[in-house]
Design a protein. Structure first.
Length: 110
């Protein structure tokens, strides 16, 4: 089970975009995330008349390694770590719940 999922609000810990917050748009693979507004690069695109695409310079959001981001805790306003807790009151299929390590509160799924 991944600690960071699509829809989570994260904060960047290191790199050029340190301190920026954004929402996880997608997971590229086991280690990389695409975060909204983070790691944006300029990409030169060739025109493709067969597809009707125009050429030029576009802004593209590139993946960032998950070790460089942490989940954002809205209560404290800071980065936090993710832990798991077994919830015995939950229905059959959902027993493991993601929680903030600092407070032990369950992470709300967006």
């Amino acid at each position: 089970m991944n600690k960071l999922r699509k829809g989570d609000e994260v904060i960047v810990l290191t790199g050029r975009d340190k301190g920026k917050r954004g929402v996880v748009l997608a997971r590229k693979d086991a280690d990389y995330l695409v975060v909204e507004g983070v790691n944006v690069v300029k990409k030169h695109v060739r025109p493709n008349p067969m597809k009707g695409e125009q050429g030029g310079v576009i802004n593209k959001t590139m993946p960032i390694h998950q070790s460089n981001v942490a989940i954002y805790n809205p209560v404290t306003g800071k980065a936090d770590r993710v832990g798991f807790k077994v919830d015995l009151a939950a229905e059959k299929g959902k027993r493991r719940v993601r929680v903030f390590r600092s407070s032990g509160e369950a992470i709300k799924v967006a």
